[in-house]
Every structure is written in structure tokens, then in C-alpha cells.
Design a protein around this ligand. Structure first.
Ligand SMILES: [Zn+2]
Length: 512
């Protein structure tokens, strides 16, 4: 039996990816189906497709395994949504049962790869990622390697670290290294099949860095901490150091920055985890948001719109980021820009299936009273209406051109470009953040010719629009929303306290 295993190890691949904003509406099966819900042969076909729907982590893992020797690929279940609310418990229970059933049906296994986000919450389980890993471990036993990728926004709990052998987090935000981290997992899995036995050390910091401060550009605090961790990799048997900033809006007992150091020598892993955690803690005062208020943003947009010679500007609606559980449909910026007569502005993607359907029914060129949020009940999503016109329509299917979704099939659902005053709004039927220029270009928007762009996104837009908007032309606007980086405005329910910077005097390690 050992010989057969060495010839073509039997590796199960699957995943569960959800980033849960505790304050957002419950994430349902329908939402997963609209994004990625693939099993067995369908998952296998997608992994081999020219423009797959699967995330780049699992693609990178599969190609890494392909390139490092023979293996038998056994696709199980992949359920992935960018970000939403807590997962409907019945649906998560189904994901768990289906994953286990497919693992069982796959027969004897030599390894398991899971593409996880790591910041999921469910309506009846505060740690579904830990629950999934625990169940998979119980099924395959202690000797079969379990390796997994994690989003750097994962809210890591001790169970996740205990049940997996190697957890590898992204090191870039925007996440442009998902493929490489999947490939890392392939390498670690091959090493484990060859007899390597890793130990993972875990440190948790009471540090909830506001979302907009978690970028990894050179010179940023988070980049410096990640680089410090990387300086240990390859020394003294250290195979991976992952620093996870966490997903603040998760509002769970697992909130806070995490450090996972994985090494062959347990003592070495513990020492490195401790050193990186201490370094991160010493840098905590650098995680400060820099936001512009709505009045000043409106003035900048109006002036830029009126002056064709001025550089165009990008306004990030960071508090309404669908990639963080926002609904993608708050109207503060739209209303203010419209009232001020801003010209040459494009906003999107705005999530409003009813408005998109109405635009499709009316047709291109139709003039009508454009009513945003007629069906939405979420507190932050108030209605707004103005006379306007249908500019363009499309089915909302586009292959990602640039950034985190590059090369993947992206779906905004039936979509419309509607004009209200001097503003054009990309309206979609599936909630997506502005992570790709394709969401605008598929409706004929020439991003190089507009005066200003308002994106529903916290930070992933940076990898998509950097060819036009350098950092100095990007302004993060302070308006209300489910993903506000102004932590003092949120009614926290389960966040562990004290936590920095909400509680400025927080100490770590806690005083005895
Ligand atoms: Zn993330």
C-alpha cells in the first residue's frame, strides 16, 4: 500500500470560503450558488477550465501538485462567497455533511487540501472553519496531512491551528498572491508525504486594525510585519510564517491579529511566533485610518468634474464594501454628488436587482425615474430617486482583466449602466465589490476618460485600477456603512475586549 501511495498520492481538494460580517444579513445557499458552489466532476471541470470560477488558491495548489509529480486529484466540495453575513446554519451543516460524504466516498486518502477564508461565522456556530477542520481531521485520522490556505483577513481560532497541519495565509492585500500560497501548500504537502512533520505555533494579539490600514504596500505597517515574519522562513526548519490581520467587522470572539509559525522543530516554531507577535504589537500605533469627510469629497469631485485638465480621482466607499459584507447599495455619496451637480462621475457596482431588471425591461435609451433601494430593508441602505436614463445593458458575465479576479469568470448578474445627472451608476444583480475594471468596461465605460470613479470596495480595487489611479489620486471617504473602518461607531457584541485601538490602553500580554 505504501508503494501505491508514493506513486500517485490520493489528495482531496475542496474548500469553504466566507468572510462573515456579523452585522450583515444572513448568507444563504442561494448566495453561494450565485458565486461558487461546485462539487465532484463539476469542480474538476472548473479546475481545468480556461476561465475558472474557482479561487486562485485551489488552482495554484492543483498546478503545484501537477508540477511536482504524479497525484490523484479527488475533488470534493467548494463553496465560496466573497463576504456576507453569518452563514445560514442549515446550509453550513449541509456543506459539512457533503464534504465529509465526498471524502468518505473518495476512499483512502493521502492528503487533504482546503481553500478556506477563515473568517466565517454561522448562525449557530461561531467557528465553522474550526468545525470543518475538526470534522475532516476526525474522518481522515491524525496521520493524513491537512493543508489549507487562509485569507489574511481570517479570524483564526485555536481549533483551526490544532486540527490542520499547515495553514498558509496570503501575504498581499489586495490578495494577488492566492495562486502562490496554494502552490506553497502543494510544496508543504509533498514534503509531508516525504515524511516531514510540521508543528504550528499560534499567537493571538488584542489588535483589531481598521480595515483600511491593512494594505501591504511598501512602507505600510502590515507589510513591515509580514516581511519581518518572512525573514525567518527557511531558517532553522521554519517552513511558513503567516500573519493574519483579521476581519474586524467579523465581530466574533476570534477577532484580532494572528501569527502562525510552522516549523519542523516545535521550539523553533514557538520562538518565531512569539518574536513576530511581539514585533507586530510594537507596531500597533501605526494602524491609523486616513479618511476624507463627505463634504470635502463632494467638493473635490465637483472641481475635478468641472476641470478637464485636472487629474481624475477615485473615491473609495470603504464603509460599503461588498467584499467585507457591505450591501453595495448605500447612497450617501451618490446623493451628495448628485445634489452638488458633479459631472463625469461613475459609481459602482451598485447592488440593486430590482433596478437592474427594470432597466432591462425598459431598454437602452429609456428615460425614467431611477429608484435605488426600493426593495432593500437594511438600515444603511436608504432609498434615493432621481430622473435618469438607461445608458447600457449586459448580462454581467465578464472575465476578470486585472487584480484579484484576473482570468476568472466574474458574475454581476443582469447589469445596467444608468445615468442620473452627471453621474453614471453600474447597477448589478449579484453583490460584488469593485475588484475588476471589467465590471465597468463590460457596460462601455472608458475608465481613462471619466473624471471620477466611486468604487464600492475597501481595498481590492487598488490592484484593479492602479493603471489609472495612483495612490495619491485615491481618497477613502468617511460615510456610514456596515464596513466602516471607524471602529468606535460600531455596536460591538462579541469583540474580545480590551482590544487596541478601540481600547487604547490595551496591554499584551495581559497584565496578571
Ligand atoms: Zn481578504
Amino acid at each position: 500500500m505504501t508503494t501505491t501511495i508514493a506513486a500517485a498520492p490520493r489528495i482531496a481538494v475542496g474548500g469553504f470560503m466566507l468572510e462573515s460580517n456579523s452585522h450583515a444579513p444572513v448568507s444563504t445557499r442561494a448566495e453561494f450558488e450565485a458565486n461558487v458552489l461546485l462539487a465532484g466532476d463539476d469542480l474538476a471541470a472548473d479546475l481545468d477550465a480556461a476561465a475558472p470560477r474557482s479561487p486562485r488558491t485551489i488552482l495554484g495548489f492543483a498546478r503545484g501538485m501537477d508540477g511536482s509529480g504524479p497525484w490523484t486529484r479527488l475533488p470534493t466540495l467548494l463553496a465560496a462567497v466573497g463576504a456576507s453575513g453569518p452563514c445560514d446554519q442549515a446550509f453550513f451543516d449541509w456543506v459539512l455533511a457533503e464534504t465529509l460524504a465526498r471524502l468518505r466516498a473518495a476512499g483512502p486518502l493521502d492528503g487533504v487540501f482546503l481553500s478556506l477564508h477563515g473568517a466565517a461565522d454561522a448562525t449557530g456556530d461561531v467557528d465553522p472553519d474550526g468545525t470543518l477542520l475538526r470534522a475532516v481531521r476526525a474522518l481522515v485520522g491524525p496521520r493524513v496531512p491537512i493543508v489549507a490556505t487562509l485569507d489574511l483577513h481570517a479570524n483564526v481560532g485555536a481549533a483551526m491551528v490544532r486540527e490542520a497541519d499547515v495553514l498558509v495565509a496570503y501575504r498581499t492585500n489586495p490578495h494577488v498572491d492566492m495562486w502562490e500560497r496554494g502552490d506553497d501548500c502543494a510544496r508543504h504537502l509533498r514534503a509531508m508525504l516525504g515524511g516531514m512533520r510540521p508543528h504550528a505555533a499560534f499567537r493571538k494579539l488584542p489588535l483589531a486594525a481598521p480595515s483600511v490600514t491593512q494594505g501591504t504596500d511598501p512602507g505600510s505597517p502590515y507589510r513591515d510585519i509580514i516581511d519581518f515574519g518572512q525573514s525567518f522562513v527557511g531558517t532553522g526548519g521554519v517552513i511558513d510564517v503567516s500573519v493574519l490581520s483579521g476581519f474586524t467587522s467579523g465581530d466574533t470572539p476570534k477577532n484580532g491579529m494572528s501569527v502562525i509559525a510552522t516549523a519542523e522543530d516545535p521550539a523553533r516554531a514557538e520562538a518565531v511566533a512569539q518574536a513576530v507577535a511581539e514585533h507586530a504589537w510594537s507596531e500597533r500605533a501605526r494602524f491609523v485610518p486616513r479618511l476624507i469627510d463627505l463634504a470635502r469629497a463632494t467638493q473635490r469631485a465637483r472641481m475635478t468634474g468641472a476641470d478637464p485638465a485636472a487629474p481624475s480621482l477615485l473615491f473609495a466607499d470603504v464603509a460599503d464594501n461588498p467584499g467585507g459584507g457591505g450591501r453595495g447599495n448605500t447612497t450617501w455619496i451618490l446623493e451628495a454628488f448628485h445634489a452638488a451637480g458633479v459631472e463625469g462621475c461613475v459609481i459602482g457596482p451598485f447592488y440593486d436587482p430590482a433596478l437592474a431588471a427594470e432597466a432591462h425591461a425598459l431598454g437602452v435609451g429609456a428615460t425614467f425615474q431611477v429608484r435605488f433601494n426600493r426593495d432593500e430593508t437594511q438600515d444603511f441602505s436608504r432609498p434615493f430617486a432621481a430622473p435618469g436614463r438607461v445608458v447600457a445593458l449586459c448580462d454581467g458575465v465578464v472575465v476578470g482583466r486585472r487584480g484579484i479576479g484576473k482570468g476568472r469568470t466574474l458574475r454581476l448578474g443582469p447589469s445596467a449602466l444608468v445615468a442620473v445627472g452627471g453621474i453614471q451608476v453600474v447597477v448589478g444583480s449579484i453583490r460584488q465589490q469593485a475588484s475588476d475594471p471589467g465590471y465597468f468596461e463590460m457596460l462601455g465605460v472608458d475608465l481613462a476618460r471619466i473624471r471620477s470613479l466611486v468604487v464600492k470596495s475597501r481595498g481590492h480595487f487598488r490592484a484593479a485600477f492602479d493603471e489609472i489611479f495612483a495612490n495619491e489620486r485615491i481618497l477613502e471617504v468617511d460615510v456610514p456603512g456596515l464596513t466602516t473602518p471607524v471602529l468606535s461607531r460600531v455596536a460591538w457584541r462579541r469583540m474580545p475586549r480590551p482590544i487596541y485601538p478601540l481600547d487604547p490602553d490595551t496591554r499584551w500580554p495581559a497584565e496578571r
